[in-house]
Design a protein around this ligand. Structure first.
Ligand code: FAD
Length: 402
């Protein structure tokens, strides 16, 4: 192997790690460059959907993932005042998948599991404290400059895959647009060990309200004893210090679910929420995947899953090019397949999820609830609905694009 006969991967988030483990399994040498010194523990993704579990199975990860995560056989759609509207039975998906459920496991734990797995492979380097600042390409390969504690360093590779998140430097080097919009309100995420499960909530709940909707999930948490995350919208003019104030968080939680004792708060985080898709995922030898290529609101738990699906798609095509003399047009197919479903499916579904959960018109809201009730009352309709929201439809649609 010459020093440049490898793939450069930028960003060691869940998508960069998934790209890395796929490359390692195919036997493609790579260097992974990451700016942070360690895996970020920000409370972000916690939901893994069935197609992602099928893919993780191919990487031999599921034994560990299942040991550490919670299986979610059903989830609730609720109204904050009326209570339960629809209880979705993910078991109906068993005709499509051997994983007819969601699995809750925090994204940093997935990254750690993959990182441990990578130890079994040679032929790669993972370089932390390396911030990619420029990316260029010529006929033979790509050149990257990274800022490191020892000064700037240059790396060469045959291809580069930018998995460097929503503000991707790799994407910026491609001169593509990141089209879409940013919601005016930010999302507040609060974690507490308070056991909402004792009060009839499922492990995953979407709770509609015209004034203050919320989403409620249980994840394993630091000691695997269980931590509940509550996601609330905020007003665009709200000040961060006020949103994070202990009393304001307590009032918000008490307003949602009265608790005679004060809530114990483990995390409080605020996220700006966007809906954007890059106008191309490929520029010659430069590729992007995950949040670098598409970002969306977290209702439905899809962003990371979708990025992991990108990772499998792009590495499979690179392996064909690397080992089977495959045509480089395969990389355009990656762009067509994954960008089309990001626009047609990921964006539409997540925008619709937000529109429904915050619906202010009482007539439209009741109509939507009636629709959900009708869907859960009919197993065939429910299966078709779940086939879409469990991300199976997106995978099938991508595969249909040639
Ligand atoms: C509140 C919330 C809840 C969510 N819940 C879910 C969920 O349940 N399910 C789901 O599927 N998704 C969910 N998401 C979305 C999910 O968190 C993201 O889609 C996921 O993190 C994307 O992974 P990634 O690896 O593409 O990017 P990131 O996780 O952003 O990782 C990018 C990495 O690149 C590094 N980097 C950035 N710039 C550079 C540079 N110039 N040089 C080197 N390294 C660089 C960063 O340090 C980082 O490590 C949620 C998001 C939020 C905010």
């Amino acid at each position: 192997m010459t020093e440049s006969n490898k793939v450069l991967v930028v960003g060691a988030g869940p998508v960069g790690y998934t790209v890395a483990l796929n490359l390692a399994q195919y036997g493609i040498p790579f260097t992974l460059l990451e700016v942070d010194n360690e895996i970020s523990e920000d409370p972000r993704a916690g939901t893994i959907h069935p197609p992602t579990l099928e893919m993780f199975d191919r990487l031999g990860l599921n034994e560990t993932i299942f040991e550490r995560g919670y299986v979610v056989p059903n989830y609730h759609y609720r109204d904050r005042r009326q209570g339960l509207i629809a209880d979705f039975d993910l078991g109906l998906l068993s005709v499509y998948t051997e994983y007819p459920f969601r699995l809750m496991l925090e994204q940093h734990k997935i990254s750690h599991i993959i990182s441990d797995r990578l130890d079994a492979f040679d032929n790669h380097q993972i370089l932390r404290q390396h911030r990619v600042v420029t990316v260029g390409q010529d006929d033979d390969g790509v050149t990257v400059e990274a800022e490191t504690p020892e000064g700037n360093k240059t790396f060469r590779g045959r291809y580069i895959i930018g998995c460097d998140g929503g503000r991707s430097q790799v994407r910026k080097s491609m001169d593509v647009d990141f089209e879409g919009f940013t919601f005016p309100e930010r999302f507040l995420v609060v974690s507490t060990p308070y056991d909402f499960g004792e009060h009839g909530y499922a492990i995953t709940n979407y709770i509609s309200d015209p004034d203050e909707w919320c989403a409620l999930f249980k994840v394993p948490g630091t000691d695997d004893a269980g931590l509940w995350r509550v996601v609330f919208p905020t007003n665009s003019e709200d000040d961060e210090a006020d949103l994070f104030d202990d009393q304001s968080i307590e009032d918000r939680l008490q307003g949602f679910h009265p608790n005679p004792a004060a809530y114990q708060i483990v995390h409080r985080n605020l996220y700006t929420v966007h809906q954007r898709v890059a106008s191309s995922y490929r520029d010659g030898r430069i590729l992007i995947a995950g949040d670098a290529a598409h970002i969306n609101n977290p209702l439905g738990g899809m962003g990371m899953n979708f990025g992991i699906h990108d990772a499998f798609n792009v590495t499979e095509k690179l392996a064909k090019i690397w080992f089977e003399d495959g045509d480089e047009n395969l990389l355009d197919l990656y762009d067509r397949q994954r960008r089309t479903v990001a626009a047609e499916y990921l964006q539409l579904q997540t925008i619709e999820n937000k529109k429904n959960i915050e619906q202010r018109d009482p007539v439209a809201r009741e109509k939507f609830y009636d629709e959900l009730r009708a869907i859960v009352a009919d197993p065939d309709r429910q299966r078709t609905y779940l086939h879409r929201v469990a991300m199976i439809e997106g995978i099938e649609r991508a595969a249909s694009i040639t």
